[in-house]
Design a protein around this ligand. Structure first.
Ligand code: DX5
Ligand code: ZN
Length: 219
């Protein structure tokens, strides 16, 4: 994957009109980012299986599910069955990262590993060959609308180098504070799937906001 992909995060969408919000971004992207929070790993709670199952009926977008939950191994089957395509868990929440990646893949899904800004990126390296996506958190997980942490750029570049070194084609993704001022920096550091919540859904024209982010990397 070499060109930029934007994954709008519905966390900042108007949940009262969720499907309408998704339809607005649909022509402009291939991925939709779904943040699942349990109130344990992060001090916030969001959506889960019933909502994902419902929206799955109305869109063919690739569901990029980001589990910010403890004990992810207990729930991956439910998230696989409700129609997620990529299932990404926090590395901090698993004692068996390889086993979890293999379990997700055995369900016919793509396995993703997310990493908290406080966790050294080197902790990912033993697992890169087992996953299909690596998600560098560029804010503290839990809430939309935070500021991109500048150290994330170096972290992205380091993981990019390591993925290239082992000739992995796993997608390098970044999540948090991506907007028209930060998108190019993250892309230039090697991210190819850029998650954007408030930059897309707090803009009145959601589709235009996605296009604008893509245009920024061409400048
Ligand atoms: C935060 C979530 C993000 C969030 C990003 O924990 O994982 O996906 O929606 O929101 P913005 O783009 O507003 O930083
Ligand atoms: Zn996320």
């Amino acid at each position: 994957m070499n060109r930029i992909e934007i994954a709008p995060s519905i966390l900042s969408a108007d949940f009262g009109y969720l499907m309408r919000e998704i339809k607005e971004v649909e022509p402009h992207c291939r991925f939709l980012h779904l943040d699942v929070m349990d109130g344990h790993y992060v001090p916030n709670m969001t959506i889960g299986v019933p909502v994902i199952k419902t929206i799955r009926k109305h869109t063919d977008l690739i569901f990029d599910c980001h589990l910010m939950i403890t004990n992810p191994e207990r729930y991956i089957k439910a998230f696989a069955d409700c129609g997620c395509d990529y299932i990404t868990f926090q590395i901090e929440c698993s004692d068996d990262v390889i086993g979890l990646c293999e379990a997700i893949r055995s369900m016919g899904k793509k396995a993703g590993i997310a990493i908290h800004p406080d966790t050294p990126v080197e902790e990912l390296y033993p697992y890169l060959e087992y996953c299909d996506l690596v998600l560098i958190m560029s804010v503290i997980p839990g809430f939309g609308g935070q500021i991109y942490m500048p150290e994330s750029t170096k972290r992205l570049a380091a993981v990019r180098r390591e993925l290239d070194r082992i000739a992995s084609d796993a997608i390098l993704s970044v999540d948090g504070g991506i907007n028209i001022r930060t998108v190019k920096e993250a892309y230039d550091a090697g991210a190819r799937l850029l998650v954007a919540g408030s930059a897309v859904f707090n803009n009145d024209d959601h589709g235009h906001a996605v296009e604008e982010l893509k245009e920024c990397v061409l400048l």
